[in-house]
Design a protein around this ligand. Sequence first.
Ligand SMILES: [Zn+2]
Ligand SMILES: [Zn+2]
Length: 255
Amino acid sequence: MLFDTHVHLNADQFEEDVEEVIQRAKDTGVEKMVVVGFDEKTINKAMTLVENYDFLYASVGWHPVDAVDCTDKYLDWIEELASHPKVVAIGETGLDYHWDKSPKDIQKDIFRKQIHLAKRVKLPIIIHDREAHEDIVQVLQEENAAEVGGIMHCFAGDMEIANACLDMNFHLSFGGPVTFKNAVLPKEVVKEVPLDRLLIETDAPFLAPHPNRGKRNEPAYVKLIAEKIAELRNITYEELASATSANAKKLFGVT
Ligand SMILES: [Zn+2]
Ligand SMILES: [Zn+2]
């Protein structure tokens, strides 16, 4: 009864043992996962995975770090894939001001184009926001992203940013950082998010939760994240797991 809403089973780190990784997730109670593709190679791999496993779904989009490589040809391809029955979202897209491979204006242009695309195909958007909270909110508002809504993945903003996103029909998804000993802000915010807008994710192979921090992350560890959030919110693990799972199913339109 766990739903990992953001996992990169399509990453090179899982090349050798993806079947075992998926099995360990199933054995831990992970019922469904969304495999996120963010460039040509990872989108192709995500599509292969979702065709091989009935409990895997795909999100297709272009990562802001690589916005300079995103041509109209790729955007047309993503739009075509959006009609595939196992594609449940557009993204991850957004803004990443940590790395400087792609200038901000190009990142914003590719981000806006993917919001337009999501509105045409009527799918929710998965947003990647790294050190760009205010600009993300501004672009989402200007482009009326509320029309489709979606997910702020691995949410790292404060309560003001959280409220702006909630007002635009977005869900907030939390991952490994809520378990980190020195993390203050995500622990505060995760307590305040309305239960019907809360989601969980691993972002594996990245951001492994405590006590596996620094190691390769995998979807089975979403249980550690669910346990921590339940503890922080003072509700049972079962309640947290079933609410976040139901939220994800409703948002992605899967049963
Ligand atoms: Zn991301
Ligand atoms: Zn990701």
